[in-house]
Design a binder for this molecule. Structure first.
Ligand code: AHG
Ligand code: MN
Ligand code: MN
Length: 335
C-alpha cells in the first residue's frame, strides 16, 4: 500500500503553500483534541461546566478544552489573522498580518461526549479582507462560496480528517504514528438514496412542506416515492455528514416553529457553510430547502440556518416539496 501523508498529498495537488501551513496547524490542535477524547474519563475531561455559551447552551468540559486548544495553537501561526468559534462570543484577533480567518465548531455533537459516541471538530478557512483586524465581525461575513478550505475531523472508532480545498473531497485517517494518511480519494456522494436523517421528535413543529415530505418517505414503497426508506439520527452533524459522504443519504435540520424568528438550529459560519462545501465538492447538494446554503449572505457571526444536505436527487426532491411556499416564515428566513 502506498501511504500518502496529508502534507505530501496537498503539495502534490498544488494547494497554496500558506493554506497547507494553516491546515497543518489545525491538525496539530485536532490531534491533541483526539488524545484528550481518547483518554476520556481517565483525563477527567467528561461532564459539564457551570457556563453557557453565547447561544445559551451549557458548555461541556470538552467544548471548552477543544476551543482553548484550537485557539492557542492557531494563535501561534502568523498566517492566521483571527478566528471565530461557537464557544467565543466575539471573533478573536491573532496576527495582524495574517492572511486567513478560521471559523470552527471546536466540538460538534457535544451531547454525545459523555456517552462515548462520535463527535468532531468542524472548520472553515477564509481569506482575510484587507485592512480588517481579526476581531472585526465584518471580516468574517463572507458567503460560503468564498471558503478556501473546509473540513472536519471526526473522532470516532478512528479519527478521520475530511477535507476540501476546492478540488474534491478526500479522507485522511490518523495513524498511530501521528500522521494523517490518505484513505479515500475524490469521494462522491451517490445521487440517489434510501436513507434519511432528521430529529423526528420535532415533527409537529415543522412547516407543512417538511411534514408532507417526511410523511411520503414513511409511506415507503406504497407511497408516492415508491421505495422503502431507512432512518438514522446520531445527533452529531459530523457523524451524519460522514455517513452521507460515505454511502449517500439526506441529513436535515429544518426550520421549526418553536422559535419562529430563528432560521434553524445549526450555525451557518462553522456548521452550514463548511459542511455544504464538502457535500457540493463531493457532488451532493446543500440547501435551506429554499436556497443553496453557500449563497446566503451572512449578517451575524453566530447566524443560524436550516439545513437539508446530501444525495442530489433527494435534496432536489425536498426542495420540490417546498416550492410554492415562498410566503411562509421558513421561506422568509431561509432565502
Ligand atoms: P453542537 O454540539 O456543536 O452544539 O452541535 C450539535 C448539533 C448537531 O451536531 C446535531 O445534528 C444537532 O445539534 C442535534 O440536535 P438535537 O439534539 O436537537 O437532535
Ligand atoms: Mn455543532
Ligand atoms: Mn459545538
Amino acid at each position: 500500500m502506498n501511504l500518502l501523508l496529508l502534507n505530501q498529498f496537498l503539495k502534490h495537488h498544488d494547494v497554496d503553500g500558506e493554506l497547507i501551513e494553516v491546515i497543518d496547524t489545525l491538525m496539530i490542535a485536532c490531534k491533541e483534541i483526539a488524545v484528550q477524547l481518547r483518554e476520556g474519563a481517565l483525563a477527567g475531561v467528561l461532564g459539564t461546566t457551570d457556563n453557557t455559551n453565547v447561544q445559551g447552551e451549557t458548555q461541556k468540559k470538552m467544548d471548552v478544552i477543544a476551543n482553548d486548544i484550537l485557539k492557542n495553537v492557531l494563535e501561534t501561526n502568523p498566517l492566521v489573522r483571527g478566528m471565530a468559534s461557537e464557544e467565543e462570543d466575539d471573533p478573536v484577533a491573532a496576527n495582524d498580518d495574517g492572511r486567513f480567518l478560521v471559523t470552527f465548531d471546536p466540538l460538534d455533537g457535544s451531547s454525545n461526549i459523555d456517552i462515548n459516541v462520535s463527535v468532531g471538530t468542524i472548520f472553515s478557512i477564509l481569506e482575510a479582507p484587507q485592512n480588517m483586524s481579526g476581531d472585526n465581525v465584518e471580516a468574517y461575513l463572507q458567503e460560503g462560496r468564498k471558503q478556501v478550505a473546509a473540513g472536519y475531523v471526526l473522532y470516532g472508532p478512528s479519527a478521520t480528517l475530511v477535507l476540501s480545498t476546492g478540488a474534491g473531497v478526500n479522507f485522511f485517517t490518523l495513524a498511530h504514528t501521528g500522521d494523517f494518511i490518505l484513505t479515500n480519494e475524490n469521494v462522491q456522494v451517490p445521487a440517489t438514496t434510501k436513507e434519511f436523517a432528521i430529529n423526528m421528535s420535532n415533527q409537529r413543529h415543522w412547516e407543512p412542506e417538511m411534514q408532507n415530505y417526511v410523511n411520503d418517505l414513511l409511506l415507503g414503497a406504497e407511497g408516492p416515492r415508491e421505495k422503502n426508506y431507512n432512518m438514522r439520527w446520531i445527533a452529531s452533524m459530523v457523524a451524519e455528514v460522514h455517513r452521507v459522504l460515505t454511502r449517500g443519504g439526506i441529513f436535515m435540520y429544518p426550520w421549526d416553529k418553536r422559535e419562529t424568528g430563528k432560521p434553524g438550529k445549526l450555525r451557518l459560519m462553522y456548521e452550514g457553510n463548511p459542511m455544504s462545501m464538502l457535500i457540493e465538492q463531493a457532488g451532493g447538494l446543500s440547501t435551506t430547502c429554499y436556497t443553496n446554503i453557500m449563497d446566503l449572505k451572512p449578517t451575524e457571526i453566530h447566524q443560524r440556518c436550516a439545513v437539508a444536505l446530501g444525495s442530489s436527487e433527494e435534496v432536489e426532491a425536498v426542495m420540490e416539496y417546498h416550492t410554492g411556499s415562498k410566503d411562509g416564515a421558513a421561506a422568509a428566513l431561509n432565502s
